[in-house]
Structures are given as structure tokens and as C-alpha cells.
Write a protein that binds this ligand. Sequence first.
Ligand code: AMP
Ligand code: ZN
Length: 116
Amino acid sequence: MSDCIFCKIVKREIPSEVVYENEFIFAFKDIHPKAPIHILVVPKKHISTFNDITSEDIPLYGEIIKAIQKITKDLNIADSGYRVLVNVNKDGGQVIYHLHVHILGGKPFKFEEKGE
Ligand code: AMP
Ligand code: ZN
């Protein structure tokens, strides 16, 4: 989509700190990191939300998983652990409507019911 900020990042029309890229996937550092390691993994194809992933896109989501496994291994957090997060729509806290998976790591997290 022409007015989508993440499509522009994928096309390198807007600069980002690229962590990983292949035919299907683009991964870059979050501009406002919420953990020592905070990376966004996006499909190059514009998909608005997690809800919009179709059966056809399941292999593409598999590529996201493979990218997350590679990135976390390369950054040495695969074994110590990390968090993957997808915010969906308003109540999920989604701000940018191009599907992205957050990788958060470099510190321990607690799963708290009322936590951010
Ligand atoms: P979400 O709330 O899941 O939609 O998250 C959007 C994320 O994108 C936030 O964590 C932002 O800090 C991040 N973000 C917004 N603009 C940029 C940008 N130009 N480069 C990198 N990350 C960005
Ligand atoms: Zn987009």
C-alpha cells in the first residue's frame, strides 16, 4: 500500500536499521525499543492485521517464524529466551496496520495479567 509506513520501510524509501531480509520477509529495529532487543518482523506483502492472514498466507507466516528463529539464534537469545508479540486492532494496541511480529529480548519478562 502506497501510504503504509512499513511498506515504505520494506522498499527502503524510509530508512531503518535492517536486521534481516529475504525474498518474503523484512526485519528491522523498532524505533522506540521497549526492551534491550526489540525487532519488528514484517512480511514484504502488505497484510493489514493478524485477522487478515488467509489460508494462502500460511506459508508466508511460516517464513516469519523461520526468520524469528534465525534472528534470535544470531542474536544469541534463542536459548535464554525472548517474547514474540502481535498486537491486533484497537484493543490489541495495534498502531501500524501492516502485520508485524515484535521480538522482545535481552531481559527477563514476567507474564502479568495487567502488565503492559
Ligand atoms: P504496534 O503497536 O504493534 O502497531 O507497533 C508499532 C511499532 O512500530 C511500535 O513499537 C513503534 O515504535 C514502531 N515504529 C513506528 N515507526 C517506526 C519506524 N519508522 N521504524 C521502526 N519502528 C517504528
Ligand atoms: Zn504495508
